[in-house]
Design a protein around this ligand. Structure first.
Ligand SMILES: NC(=O)c1ccc[n+]([C@@H]2O[C@H](COP(=O)([O-])OP(=O)(O)OC[C@H]3O[C@@H](n4cnc5c(N)ncnc54)[C@H](OP(=O)(O)O)[C@@H]3O)[C@@H](O)[C@H]2O)c1
Length: 274
């Protein structure tokens, strides 16, 4: 695709990685704006960009074809309102990166003449210090005004992502599922590692002893169908073992174990009814 120039509002976890990836693919920064003064490391990353500390747009702000809004979900509307009053937006495409919200969150920009969309890579982006993150082959949900969807689709492809079009009404369900898959799994595995750390398991510099078990479980969960590949006491309905587990777990982990065992019971009942 034709590379172009872009502005970024919200140089946080996703914003910085996105900007870096765009830069590697030949795009140029025009401007970047955060809430606070930007760290010197970021200023060094964007030598050609205007680092804006106010919403009073310098001349360069009139230029960017694509504006990425990578601020937290609850700040998107405020940023959209500020952008709409600060910029000439007739030829701009504005894309936010929330998994939950649809393009309507950018309504003030749309009213000011921009084409707006939502653009959500299905990946976890920790701070840059955590190391590299996979982009190639990651799915990216795109939705919004036609021109914004076309631009968002071609940006995603240029970055190595797999773009697909999502219906605006599906976004809350899509994002809830992504959060369960990523965030609840993260919490459960981290808690399991904490509980196991008191059991004297030798640990070297290599991968965590839980890794082979967790990896096989994740693969089984995604290969499915449903809970068919689940193993362990819950899959066997081994009540005596489950009771012993519950006796040694603290709250709220015990409560989480009980809640998820209900999911297994319900899945078993609905399979038997079929
Ligand atoms: N991180 C991920 O794994 C990930 C993955 C997919 C999608 N997303 C989406 O990407 C968006 C950003 O998430 P994130 O994790 O990158 O958040 P983040 O690390 O908290 O970064 C948010 C950035 O927005 C800035 N900001 C906050 N309020 C602002 C405002 N009113 N005006 C201008 N800048 C403002 C913050 O500046 P300060 O630091 O000065 O507050 C920060 O630079 C969210 O919609 C999220 O759902 C994130």
């Amino acid at each position: 695709m034709r590379t172009t120039d872009f502005a970024l509002i919200g140089p946080g976890r996703l914003g910085l990685r996105l900007a870096d990836r765009l830069r590697q693919r030949g795009w140029s920064w025009v401007a970047v704006r955060g809430r606070r003064h930007l760290p010197s490391a970021l200023c060094a990353m964007v030598p050609s960009a205007t680092v804006c500390d106010t919403w009073h747009a310098p001349a360069t702000w009139a230029a960017p074809r694509v504006i990425f809004v990578t601020v937290p979900d609850d700040a998107i509307s405020e940023v959209a309102t500020r952008l709409a009053s600060a910029l000439e937006m007739d030829s701009s495409i504005v894309l936010h990166t929330s998994g939950l919200h649809d393009a309507g969150a950018l309504a003030p920009c749309r009213a000011a003449g921009a084409r707006v969309g939502s653009w959500h890579p299905l990946q976890s982006f920790p701070p840059i210090a955590a190391g590299t993150v996979q982009w190639d082959g990651v799915w990216c949900a795109v939705e919004g005004d036609l021109e914004a969807v076309e631009q968002g689709t071609s940006v995603a492809s240029a970055l190595g992502l797999n773009p697909w079009r999502i219906a605006a009404t599906d976004k809350p369900r899509y994002h809830a599922a992504a959060s369960v898959a990523a965030n609840l799994t993260h919490i459960l595995v981290a808690e399991a590692a904490r509980v196991m750390s008191g059991c004297g398991l030798p640990q070297g510099d290599g991968e965590h002893p839980l890794w082979p078990l967790v990896e096989a479980s994740l693969r089984g969960a995604l290969e499915g169908p449903g809970l068919d590949r689940l193993t362990g006491a819950l899959a066997r309905a081994d009540i005596a073992t489950i009771t012993r587990h519950l006796a040694v777990l603290d709250e709220p982990l015990r409560e989480a174990y009980q809640a998820l065992s209900k999911v297994v019971t319900q899945a078993t009942v609905s399979t038997e009814e079929r």
